[in-house]
Design a protein around this ligand. Structure first.
Ligand SMILES: [Zn+2]
Length: 256
C-alpha cells in the first residue's frame, strides 16, 4: 500500500500526498508551493493529480504543478470546468489506475457541495473532497439537500474500515454541532476527547473511517430516531423522511 500523508495548505485545507518509492500523486492541490516543497523534501516525482471539484482551494495549484512536472496526469470531474487542458474527465463508474503507486480507484459521482463533485475510492481508501468531513459535510453551494443526502448515503454504505481522507480540518467544530444534536451519543463523547487531544498537539484528526463517521456524524444519521427528534424539535416541524431530516440538520448547522 502507498504511504498517504497530509500537506497542510491555506488555513485548514489538507492536500493528500500519496507516495510509493519515487512516485507521488496529490489530491486537490489548491496551492502548488507546499506540494512542490513536500515532493522535493521526499525526492518524489509527481505522477498524477486527482481533483474532486472545481473550487479554487482544490485546483489553484494545478497549472503550476503541471508546468514543473509536465508528465503528470491530471484527473478531474467531467461535469465541471477542467483545471488544465491536458486533463482526463471522469464520471461515475470510471476506473483509474496509477501503476507507479499500485493503486486502482473507482469514481463515484457525489453531487451536493457542487453539482459535478466526484469522489475516488478503492483498496480501503476514500478521497471525498468537500462532500464528507469528519463529523460534518460540505455546504450545499450548488446541489439540493436530496442530492447531498443520497451522495452521503452512498459513501456511508462503503465498508466500515474504509479510511476517509477529507480535505479540511473542520473536525472539532463539526463535533460541537454533532454534540448539540446528540448529547448522549457515547461514541461521539469518546471521539470528542480524542480529537481535542490531537488538536492540542497540533496533529491532524484525519483520516477518519466510514465506521467512525456512521457512529458519530449526524449527517449520516438522519435515520436514527434521536437525531430525527432533535432535528424536528429545532425546526419546529414534522419532518417526513431521512432526506428532510438531513435538510433540517444542514440548515441548523449553517446557523450554528
Ligand atoms: Zn469546495
Amino acid at each position: 500500500m502507498p504511504n498517504i500523508s497530509p500537506i497542510p495548505a491555506f488555513n485548514d485545507n489538507y492536500i493528500w500526498l500519496i507516495s510509493n518509492g519515487n512516485s507521488a500523486a496529490v489530491v486537490d492541490p489548491g496551492d502548488a508551493a507546499p506540494v512542490a516543497r513536500a515532493l522535493a523534501e521526499r525526492s518524489l516525482t509527481l505522477d498524477a493529480i486527482l481533483i474532486t471539484h472545481h473550487h479554487r482551494d482544490h485546483t489553484g495549484g494545478v497549472k503550476a504543478l503541471l508546468a514543473r512536472w509536465p508528465e503528470a496526469r491530471l484527473y478531474a470531474p467531467a461535469a465541471e470546468p477542467m483545471p488544465a487542458a491536458s486533463g482526463t474527465a471522469l464520471q461515475e463508474g470510471d476506473r483509474l489506475t496509477l501503476p507507479s503507486l499500485g493503486l486502482e480507484l473507482e469514481v463515484m459521482a457525489v453531487p451536493g457541495h457542487t453539482l459535478g463533485h466526484i469522489a475516488y475510492h478503492g483498496q480501503g481508501l476514500l478521497f471525498c473532497g468537500d462532500t464528507l468531513f469528519s463529523g460534518g459535510c460540505g455546504r450545499l453551494f450548488e446541489g439540493t439537500p436530496q442530492q447531498m443526502h443520497l451522495s452521503l448515503s452512498r459513501l456511508a454504505a462503503l465498508p466500515e474500515d474504509t479510511k476517509v481522507y477529507c480535505t479540511h480540518e473542520y473536525t472539532q467544530a463539526n463535533l460541537a454541532f454533532c454534540h448539540a444534536v446528540e448529547p448522549n451519543n457515547p461514541e461521539l463523547k469518546k471521539y470528542l476527547q480524542n480529537v481535542a487531544k490531537l488538536r492540542q498537539q497540533g496533529l491532524p484528526t484525519l483520516p477518519s473511517s466510514i465506521g467512525l463517521e456512521n457512529a458519530v456524524n449526524v449527517f449520516l444519521r438522519a435515520h436514527v430516531p434521536g437525531v430525527r427528534a432533535a432535528a424536528q424539535h429545532h425546526a419546529m416541524a414534522e419532518l417526513n423522511g431521512d432526506a428532510e431530516v438531513f435538510a433540517a440538520l444542514r440548515r441548523w448547522k449553517d446557523d450554528f
